[in-house]
Design a protein around this ligand. Structure first.
Ligand code: SAM
Ligand code: DTB
Ligand code: SF4
Length: 336
């Protein structure tokens, strides 16, 4: 029997029962994921329209502020010292250069700027520079996001105080499959950082990767973990694995595009008010697959020809896609 339970939700309620938020069981989520596709897409698009303008898509831009040389062994990543991807390690980028790059991204239409570092966690000596980056990018009028690995309470507090809007920290897959992908940290470590980020008052960007050889149930359980967090992550990136030569997942079998679309639809239904980001892997998707993802409720993408280290569609290609689909970039809400 499927049990539906509810808990008091700290954020605006989106469940049928005012003031209460649904707690998902894996059984319920799996039933949705496995529905006939038309039924699943209809449900996802309905939820999407209740919460968002269906023709607006947020544009975010990424910058790698410290590339390569990472001590973690994430099986998908070009930046781990454990793999032979051929990527050379860089030092932390200068603050002025980060701000220059952010200005260019803003002028090209991006409203959120996400700065990523190939760290297990930031060292105390790094904090002054990253705090200056947050302040500088915020002063350009953009939303700021960082992804720097694990954070303790103190570091979370420092970033929040600097004005960082979002912290990205992905759970990547199900708890069951986690140790197949990463051995240098545990699933619980990710949840602890997410708690620290929340406790400091920042918004959470948390999602995962599909196409790493996981089963459907791993995608479902990953989304159940996210949807049952005390608060939904405000942003949920769904990455399709970019296979990187030299990593253990270089030859992973590509995911069925329809299963990818199902994952996006499930994220939309389970986290109705969150931004669902069609993240890594768009270069390998057809326009039609991306269109289905937008119909399934994705409403954010990364723009620019580079993600952190891997490629992404060129601006012209994305603008042609937006034109073809009648989509418009989402504008930032002006503070009242
Ligand atoms: N080191 C930090 C961390 O792991 O949290 C931040 C940077 S890390 C590159 C950010 C996220 O990028 C990962 O959690 C993963 O979800 C995604 N990612 C990395 N390599 C990827 C790949 N080859 N394909 C798809 N997503 C990838
Ligand atoms: C996320 O979920 N995806 C972005 C962002 N958060 C930091 C990163 C994608 C990285 C893709 C592989 C690369 O560029 O190296
Ligand atoms: Fe390091 Fe992040 Fe890459 Fe893992 S995903 S190896 S933590 S940069």
């Amino acid at each position: 029997m499927t049990v539906t339970s509810y808990q008091t939700a700290p954020e605006k309620s989106s469940s049928a029962q005012p003031g209460l938020r649904k707690i998902w069981s894996a059984t319920e989520a799996a039933a949705l994921y496995r529905m006939p596709l038309n039924d699943l897409l209809f449900k996802a698009q309905t939820v999407h329209r209740e919460n968002f303008d269906p023709n607006r898509v947020q544009l975010s831009r990424l910058l790698s502020i410290k590339t390569g040389g990472c001590p973690e062994d994430c099986a998908y990543c070009s930046q781990s010292v454990h793999h032979e991807s051929g990527l050379s390690a860089s030092k932390l980028m200068e603050v002025e250069r980060v701000i220059r790059e952010a200005r260019k991204a803003r002028d090209a239409g991006a409203t959120r700027y996400c700065m990523g570092a190939a760290w297990r966690n930031p060292k105390p000596r790094d904090m002054e520079a990253v705090v200056a980056m947050v302040k500088g990018v915020k002063a350009l009028g953009m939303e700021t996001c960082m992804t720097l690995g694990m954070l303790d309470r103190e570091q979370s507090g420092q970033l929040a105080e600097a004005g960082l809007d979002y912290y990205n920290h992905n759970i990547d897959t199900s708890e069951r499959y986690y140790s197949e992908i990463i051995t240098t940290r545990h699933f619980a470590d990710r949840l602890e950082t997410l708690e620290n980020v929340r406790a400091a008052g920042m918004k959470v960007c948390c999602g995962g990767i599909v196409g790493m050889g996981e089963e459907g149930i791993d995608r479902i359980e990953m989304l159940v973990t996210l949807a049952n967090l005390p608060e939904h992550p405000e942003s949920v990136p769904i990455n399709m694995l970019i296979p990187i030569a030299g990593t253990p997942l270089a030859d992973a079998a590509p995911i069925d595009p329809i299963d990818f679309v199902r994952t996006v639809a499930l994220a939309r239904i389970m986290m109705p008010e969150s931004m669902v980001r069609l993240s890594a892997g768009r270069s390998a998707m057809t326009d039609e697959m991306q269109a289905m993802c937008f119909f399934a409720g994705a409403n954010s993408i990364f723009v620019g020809d580079t993600l952190l280290t891997a490629g992404n569609p060129e601006n012209d290609k994305d603008m042609a896609l937006f034109q073809r689909l009648g989509l418009q970039p989402m504008e930032l809400e002006q503070p009242s």
